[in-house]
Design a protein around this ligand. Structure first.
Ligand code: ZN
Ligand code: ZN
Length: 262
């Protein structure tokens, strides 16, 4: 069954198109489930910091209303889910959870774009190159803590972290991370946007580890435009890449939507 749980909207300031166009293209593409997972508002202790690559807190309710209205309108054609792609920032996690609770989300993706957070000087963009062992260790510890909260249903682009050090160190750390996700039954996402735009992820060496550990895998379009949902060619290429590593994607029914703590 064709589905996608990684879909953005123009509210994050770096995606385009109307919510309805995403739904219509998903139907056109033959998808049975479309999950909206726009970049979630985050909260910052430094009040002079504002993040412009995710929706603002004041947009969240309008976003939820729009997705819920489409869910009703298209109920006979496609199952629509309301979600968010969120960071795990330990310092502001409680504030974040109390903010999203009234939205009654169907699911959340963990997308750890920053190691540490995005406002402190000793924090880093996860995909930034040439970082050392301490950085990779910090990434792994932070996402393990995030995944253990029981609020994330899928771990998006787990291999976003860029590491140029010792391959055996990478192997050990990422094996630890994959095992951790597997024990909790949280599938790992092979990110189609990263693949299509030739980013450092999906990283082949990571997916070989995934195959060894035996994680569940999903394909995430990471659509920032409605057109992305029509890229069957790209989706097929991603699946072929996974097959080369000895992996295949799971069906939607095999994903546990963890929303009881949301
Ligand atoms: Zn984005
Ligand atoms: Zn995304």
């Amino acid at each position: 069954m064709k589905y996608n749980l990684h879909t953005h909207t123009k509210r994050c300031n770096h995606a385009e198109g109307e919510d309805r166009e995403y739904v219509e293209n998903a139907i056109k593409a033959g998808m049975k489930v479309l999950g909206f997972s726009d970049h979630c508002p985050q909260f910052f202790p430094k009040k002079d910091y504002y993040s412009y690559f995710r929706m603002f807190p004041e947009q969240a309710f309008e976003y939820a209303e729009s997705v819920r209205a489409l869910q009703k309108e298209y109920a006979s054609d496609i199952k629509i889910l309301l979600g968010f792609e969120a960071e795990y920032y330990p310092e502001t996690y409680d504030e974040f959870i109390s903010f999203i609770r009234p939205l009654k989300l169907d699911y959340m993706l963990l997308g750890q774009h920053f190691v540490g957070n995005e406002y402190d000087e000793d924090s880093y963009y996860s995909a930034e190159k040439a970082r050392g062992e301490r950085f990779l260790t910090q990434y792994v510890e932070q996402v393990k803590e995030g995944l253990s909260k029981g609020v994330f249903s899928v771990f998006a682009h787990p291999d976003i972290v860029y590491f140029s050090g010792s391959p055996s160190f990478y192997r050990d750390k990422m094996t630890e991370l994959c095992r951790f996700a597997k024990e909790r039954g949280i599938p790992l996402e092979f990110n189609m946007l990263g693949y299509a735009s030739k980013r450092s992820y999906p990283a082949p060496e990571f997916w070989r580890i995934v195959a060894e550990v035996g994680n569940k895998v999903v394909l995430g379009y990471d659509a920032h435009s409605p057109q992305m949902l029509l890229r069957d060619d790209m989706a097929d290429e991603c699946r072929r890449m996974l097959n080369v590593c000895g992996l295949s994607t799971i069906d939607f029914e095999e994903i546990t939507l963890r929303n009881e703590n949301l």
